[in-house]
Design a protein around this ligand. Structure first.
Ligand SMILES: [Zn+2]
Ligand SMILES: [Zn+2]
Length: 428
């Protein structure tokens, strides 16, 4: 037996990929604990939407992580003020400085429109459980990197920064839960689930509070600390009312784009971008919602997302995507560039598809066709059989010939009704 391959795999495999099954395991345990406590902390559509956002971030992270490292390393080589070497004390200092920078990053993410437009995604969930910790977008990672850039300038080497960001990034996963109450003396020093429940609440007394990530001392120092007393109500002050993957990611940026477009002159545009979110004209969101969201679908959503067959289909898509993501991350260094791009495209199409299914959209069928086409391309690229071209040709012809038949059966499967009924109620 050839052990060289195994040895090479042990060195080159991306072991961070195991974060995916481990996080899922914790979500599963939390779900069971919540059931045991007879609490309904998980809703199907919200959990799917939360995990979908996380899948996209983990996926796109593989393409950005190298760029972020390059930024830290270049800044360190050219602008480092101090020459910091790794010792116990510099590691501890780095953790504290990182947490301090996080506090200000997070606070400004709530106080400045441009940053809020991407951080808002983390706050859209009306549930509060471990799946919410997955609600981070790649746009947020880009903004955060801007803030982390202060660390290499101080003099911390890029290797130290990326390591500490890993530890610092793991911690908040565990504070997104309602199953853990108050934690005694830990409440005075660390950010606990209780503190972070306050941060995610839309109760007036809880707004813009508890920004800390690991240490709660910054909030106490800068006057943004509030203790959890009344029961939190989770989500945005004006709930999003949509599980669409695209809408969740882009509504904040779209609102900002329209607001700055409408503002007269550069000064006014600047004020919109760097102004406070609560000063943004609320009618812009209403107009965008009436243009991009289907209200009739929102009314029907409750009904169709309850059906077992629908849930089975969506849960199956989600499980498949998670498996592909895990394998993709684990073998990252073995996957050629073209296959990485096709896998990323397939996963993103599936996430958009799942969101659109929850919203009972009509165009999901075209996305499904797109997904099959990407799958076919990947297969052809991997195997190179000429027979696949013939099969693809026959498949495309059959799709064209039987499109209305396929459409009727597909909608019957996922929505429990034919397309005619859907078209009718959509136009009402
Ligand atoms: Zn926040
Ligand atoms: Zn959070």
């Amino acid at each position: 037996m050839d052990f060289n391959w195994l040895a090479s795999f042990l060195v080159h495999a991306n072991w961070l990929a195991f974060a995916v099954p481990i996080f899922l395991l914790f979500m599963g345990i939390e779900y069971l604990v919540a059931r045991w406590q007879q609490k309904k902390y998980f809703q199907f559509s919200t959990s799917v939407a939360n995990i979908n956002v996380g899948i996209a971030e983990r996926l796109l992270d593989t393409f950005t992580v190298g760029a972020f490292y390059f930024v830290y390393d270049s800044l360190h080589r050219h602008f480092a003020i101090f020459d910091i070497r790794p010792t116990v004390w510099t590691w501890v200092s780095l953790l504290i400085v990182t947490d301090f920078v996080w506090y200000w990053y997070h606070r400004l993410a709530h106080e400045i429109n441009l940053f809020w437009a991407v951080h808002v995604v983390h706050h859209q969930s009306e549930d509060f459980n471990y799946t919410v910790s997955a609600r981070i977008t790649v746009f947020q990672a880009v903004v955060r990197t801007g803030f982390w850039s202060i660390l290499p300038v101080i003099g911390f080497p890029a290797e130290m920064i990326t390591t500490i960001l890993l530890v610092h990034g793991l911690y908040p996963f565990f504070i997104h839960t309602r199953t853990i109450g108050k934690l005694g003396w830990l409440e005075y020093v660390f950010v606990t689930p209780s503190h972070h429940r306050v941060h995610h609440a839309s109760n007036p007394e809880y707004l813009d509070k508890n920004y800390g990530d690991v240490l709660i001392i910054w909030d106490k120092l800068f006057g943004t600390f509030v203790e959890e007393r009344s029961v939190p109500v989770y989500g945005l002050t004006k709930p999003l009312g949509s599980h669409s993957f695209l809408w969740q990611h882009f509504h904040g940026l779209l609102e900002l784009l329209v607001a700055s477009w409408q503002a007269d002159g550069w000064r006014a545009k600047w004020n919109v971008l760097f102004g406070r979110p609560d000063e943004l004209n609320p009618t812009i969101r209403q107009e965008l919602e009436s243009r991009f969201l289907s209200t009739s679908a929102a009314e029907r959503r409750v009904e169709h997302t309850q059906r077992r067959r629908f849930r089975g289909y969506v849960a199956g898509q989600l499980a498949g995507t998670l498996l592909i993501l895990f394998v993709f991350l684990l073998f990252e260094h073995y996957v050629p560039g073209w296959l990485q791009l096709l896998t990323a495209l397939f996963i993103l199409l599936t996430l958009i598809n799942c969101g659109a299914l929850l919203e009972q959209r009509q165009w999901v069928l075209y996305l499904e066709v797109g997904r099959v086409a990407v799958l076919w391309l990947a297969l052809y690229g991997l195997l190179g059989y000429p027979m696949l071209i013939v099969l693809g040709y026959i498949g495309a012809l059959s799709l064209w010939a039987y499109f209305s038949f396929i459409r009727r059966h597909y909608f019957q499967l996922v929505y429990g009704s034919g397309p005619d009924r859907l078209w009718l109620s959509e136009s009402q």
